[in-house]
Design a protein around this ligand. Structure first.
Ligand code: GDP
Length: 454
């Protein structure tokens, strides 16, 4: 990345709108805009001010605009930044951008403004990633999780603990330098205490990902069971509307239907399937195949059983097959209005089990509670900090595993060099979360997913 470049991009969506905002960042931003803004000398204006006037060049008036002036380091990127609010005409926006490109501005890459902000120390990597999450958030819970992360969330805490760990790592490295001489600079008990303190922070964060991920991406929930078990009726009861076609004829729900349902601030993407029955009907067979594909993508499976016909032994084989997928499954005993099942016999199959009547709305509150439990909403860490980002989760998990190894090494009095190695790994993983350790590929990967202009 060339920091000398002044970059430019449209910060608002492409297309017609009331206004469009063009953003410039870099050393030349103020000077170049000044050249085409005859109304005022921008170089003499106070930062954080707005200026109304024309963009004009070679006797051509481009538009009447409002200029927002920021001088580095008090700006988003910590460089000089100008935002031009112009009329929301794609033609005007493109012409103005072209005007600055001719002066030497470079079109910004996706996420480049935020990347500069990160590289200039405006915030750490986890916070930079939160910027994208705030933009993409589509529910109140997802927005609040992203904003929490943007404000520093867990990264400041982790950074502080990492500093302490660096201190110990260097003491142990020092011991290694002394080789043969049997010296111990790093107090093993203090180190153990610190590792425990770190683990107390890291473990709940790792556990929070299940719920954090559900909040960010919604939960793919697939409703399966034999035809006529009451899958469509359950879906309708949850959505409280006649969404799926309910019928007495086995196999009427031919296609997979996806619906959004919000429970406890979490979006569940409910899929009602055509059932897992072997069939000779061609159209239905396609439905069955699709069912299998959906099941593999599910994060939660709701297995609906009609207890007025089926006994545990009738579905045991299918359930065992499903258990192999290793996806959380809730056994939903339906039609309890017709037949009170022997719950203990069903529970013996080893899945969370609820008894409901989808048709008469019985037992739904209990069902909803079980669903939230299974998704992991009870594992949210006490501080309310939730990990919603897969990359952070993976790094935190690696940190946890390595720290546990450090702990085991300390307990079995392993030599300094082995402990030092584990500490180095732990420091590396922790550093990658906040960007204290980063490389070009990682940054490219992260910021490449941003929109242009951000
Ligand atoms: P699907 O094939 O699994 O989607 O089953 P449906 O939802 O179409 O339901 C099949 C039949 O069972 C319909 O006639 C429903 O009205 C009936 N049904 C569904 N749930 C219940 C329930 O809780 N109690 C009773 N008595 N009937 C139900």
């Amino acid at each position: 990345m060339d920091f000398k470049d002044t970059i430019i991009a449209l910060a608002t969506p492409l297309g017609v709108g009331a206004i469009g905002v063009i953003r410039l960042s870099g050393d030349q931003a103020i000077a170049w805009v000044n050249e085409v803004f005859p109304n005022k000398d921008l170089s003499k204006q106070a930062p954080h001010t707005l200026h109304y006037g024309r963009i004009e060049s070679n006797e051509r008036v481009y538009d009447e605009v409002v200029i927002s002036l920021y001088k580095g380091p008090k700006s988003y990127t910590k460089e000089d930044v100008i935002e031009i609010s112009c009329h929301g005409s794609p033609y005007i926006q493109e012409s103005i951008i072209q005007l600055f490109v001719e002066k030497g501005a470079r079109l910004a890459r996706a996420g480049e403004f935020t990347q500069r902000a990160f590289l200039n120390g405006a915030f750490d990597l986890a916070q930079a990633e939160a910027v994208a999450d705030v933009i993409a958030a589509d529910s109140a819970a997802a927005t609040s999780a992203a904003l929490h992360q943007l404000r520093g969330g867990f990264s400041q805490e982790l950074a502080a603990l990492r500093e302490e760990l660096i201190h110990f790592a260097s003491l142990i490295e020092l011991e290694l330098d002394f080789g043969e001489e049997d010296v111990e600079f790093a107090d093993r008990q203090d180190l153990e205490d610190l590792v425990n303190k770190l683990l107390d922070k890291v473990r709940p964060l790792v556990a929070s990902f299940k719920a954090g991920n559900a909040i960010k991406n919604g939960v793919a929930t697939v409703i399966v069971g034999k035809p006529n078990a009451g899958k469509s009726t359950l879906l309708n009861a949850l959505l409280k509307e006649e969404r799926a076609i309910v019928s007495d004829i086995a196999g009427t729900t031919r296609d997979s239907l996806e619906d959004e349902w919000v429970l406890g601030g979490i979006r569940f993407r409910l899929v009602d399937t055509a059932g897992l029955r072997d069939t000779t009907d061609v159209i239905e067979a396609q439905g069955v195949q699709r069912t299998q594909a959906w099941v593999k993508k599910a994060q939660v499976i709701l297995y609906v059983v009609d207890v007025s016909v089926d006994k545990p032994e009738d579905i045991q084989a299918t359930l065992l097959e499903m258990a192999e997928l290793d996806i959380p499954l809730i056994l939903v005993l339906n039609k309890v209005d017709e037949n009170q099942p022997a719950i203990a016999d069903w529970e013996a199959m080893g899945f969370p089990t609820v008894a409901i009547s989808a048709k008469f709305g019985q037992g739904l509150a209990d069902f909803e509670q079980t669903l939230l439990d299974v998704v992991g909403l009870n594992q949210v860490s006490n501080s309310g900090t939730m990990v919603t980002n897969l990359r952070h989760y993976e790094k935190l998990k690696q940190t946890q595993e390595t720290l546990e190894e450090v702990l085991a090494a300390l307990k079995s009095n392993l030599t300094g060099d082995l402990i030092a190695q584990d500490l180095r790994y732990a420091l590396h993983h922790l550093g990658e979360i906040t960007g204290a350790i980063s490389n070009d590929d990682l940054l490219k990967n992260i910021f490449g997913k941003f929109c242009i202009g951000k």
